[in-house]
Design a protein around this ligand. Sequence first.
Ligand code: PEP
Length: 249
Amino acid sequence: MRKNIVAGNWKMNNDLSKTAALLSDLKEQTKTSNAEVMIAPTFTNLWHAFEATRHDDIEVIAQNMHFAENGAYTGEVNASMLKSIGIQTVILGHSERRAYYNETDESLAKKVDTALANDMRIIFCFGEELADRKSGNEETIVENQIKKALFHLEASAFKNIVLAYEPVWAIGTGETASPEQAQDMHAFIRKTLEGKYGHTVADDMTILYGGSVKPGNAKEIFSKPDVDGGLIGGAALNAENFYAIVNAF
Ligand code: PEP
């Protein structure tokens, strides 16, 4: 069943005291929409954020995890560590992870498998670079990213996957895909899923848009029929702005 979700990716922002302050600002906001709300603080603040929002309508999620179950991977965090502090959902494939930490479709496929094997929900991110769009290759790039990381899965796995289309040229740049560009790509993603898994999987898939969503443009983007919500970076660092986006549904 398709859902409306607004997820805030805090990236490498907010130490413990700023996390606590932002959480208390978030708790003062009123949700008037039916969107599920998620926030992704950095690893060191996940436990605090989980405890602090235990009784609120906010899910705390992780920004990343390793594909291995355990072992000699200095500096990494695995699925069971996340689950042991109550985290059920993980963002995988964010373009910053792909660009700065060499995450590939192949390594992401392994992370996807590990997350699913641990009964975690995944927000799987992908999207084209500016050069790809300029050369008209955006659909091929997106199709390949989805196929390589996800098309080895059984149809039933998709109930635990949310897709996030994030054109790299729109992330943190102030440049937003137009609502029509977002709609066109989301419809293409659904068609790609339908080709492999059939109508029900495609129609049930929640597909988020990410890339400079703000209170001023959220309503128009979310009004498109194949856009089911947003993955929000910069604007998620301010509680009022974030909830203006949540309430744009
Ligand atoms: C993101 O990093 O996922 C993102 C969408 O960032 P921003 O909203 O700042 O463009």
